[in-house]
Design a protein around this ligand. Structure first.
Ligand code: UD1
Length: 353
């Protein structure tokens, strides 16, 4: 069987790593990189550190407005899908690269599987919400990471094409955490005495007033804040003359994955608007405060490890300093063996069989 994976953005490279390993010797695997992320620290470093073979094809699409970027991907994916004629196209998560892969596959009548299916924020301002809903409904096989996601797919009439596999981010997080020779913490911080923060969602970065208010809150926190600066944030801050190195904030470049895991594990808390980081904090049992009005990763909130702060940013400092949550053994994101279940599902549930 031949599977063609389409990835393009940082979190998709992380998800690709355990899938790529699990496919070895069982499935012929073609990897296509759309080029949505292209900086060394946003792309190449993940392939290197996570031992992922170089992509078979890199479309080098780069940045652009949503329609322009997604349209260019569809145009350039089509001949690649025709050339490789895969048994499955595998799309990951909820980025514009995901939607482009989905549209291209259905137009060519190629079977489509969606990894991380069934998640919903119910916030229709988020481009990711449209990307994931459209991809789920286009897919022939929805690979759900959680029981809640599986139930949501059934509610939307997709139950007969859905299967619970667990979350592949748990696989990669556990194997990175447990690897020998853990990387050291970033310079200038001591274990347990700093926070890790990322801010990159358009809802938080694109209004200068809101971004300045978030930065002011981070600057006023009681411990150093390692702010891992996404290129979107760097660009917007530079454009609007907003100084990120204020008060407690220590801005640094985005971290490679093993360094990120070490930095989160050694921190006193995470403050973010990233989906992946909310879950990574939970899996490492580090309290998280999320600057959004809702989350797809509702289990992190229900179990007390994640608190949402949105409209009233003045609540951020108190939320970050809240008492430690109750310990829990719950594993809503699986047991770290999701990728093998994905491969089993692809091998056994092909629509042609
Ligand atoms: C994308 C995904 C988001 C995911 C995030 C992870 C969509 C709609 N959004 O958001 O779901 O959480 O990736 O990081 O697909 N840029 C660079 N170098 C790069 C990549 C981007 O400088 O390698 C800059 C460009 O100015 C670009 C901006 O960052 O315009 C935004 O990049 P883009 O890929 O459009 O979206 P992200 O915000 O990264």
């Amino acid at each position: 069987m031949r599977v063609l994976s389409v990835v393009g953005a940082r979190p998709q490279f992380v998800k690709l790593a355990p899938i790529s390993t699990a496919m070895q010797g069982r499935i012929e695997h073609i990897v296509v990189h759309t080029g949505q992320h292209y900086d060394e620290l946003m792309s190449d470093v993940f392939f290197r550190d996570l031992g992922i073979p170089a992509p078979d094809v890199n479309l080098a699409i780069g940045s652009g407005k949503h329609g322009e970027q997604t349209g260019a991907m569809i145009r350039d994916l089509e001949p690649v899908f025709e050339r490789f004629a895969p048994d499955w196209v595998l799309a990951y998560g909820d980025t514009n690269s995901t939607l482009a892969a989905a549209v291209t596959a259905v137009k060519l009548h190629q079977p489509l599987a969606h990894l991380e299916a069934g998640l919903r924020s119910f916030n229709r301002r988020m481009p990711e919400e449209h990307n994931r809903v459209l991809t789920d409904h286009a897919a022939d096989l929805c690979l759900a990471p959680t029981q809640g996601a599986l139930e949501r797919l059934a509610v939307e009439g997709l139950g007969d094409r859905s299967v619970l596999v667990g979350d592949v981010m748990t696989d990669v997080l556990y194997s990175t955490r447990d690897a020998a020779g853990a990387p050291s913490l970033p310079d200038g911080v001591n274990a347990g005495e700093y926070y890790v923060s990322t801010i990159h969602r358009p809802d938080n970065t694109d209004s200068p007033e809101r971004l300045a208010a978030i930065v002011a809150q981070l600057a006023s926190l009681d411990r150093p804040v390692l702010l891992l600066v996404h290129p979107r944030l760097a660009g917007i801050a530079a454009q609007s003359g907003l100084e990120l190195a204020q008060g407690s904030i220590r801005p640094i470049a985005p971290l490679p994955y093993p360094q990120l895991v070490a930095a989160v594990q050694g921190s006193a808390g995470v403050i973010t608007d990233s989906g992946g980081l909310q879950k990574e904090a939970f899996l490492l049992r580090v309290p998280c405060t999320t600057i959004r009005s809702e989350t797809e990763w509702v289990e992190t909130v229900a179990l007390g490890w994640n608190v949402l702060v949105d409209e009233n940013l003045g609540e951020l400092a108190a939320a970050v300093r809240r008492p430690a949550p109750h310990p829990t053994d719950e594993q809503p994101y699986g047991d770290g063996r999701a990728a093998a279940r994905v491969v089993d599902a692809l091998l056994t549930l092909h629509p042609g069989r």
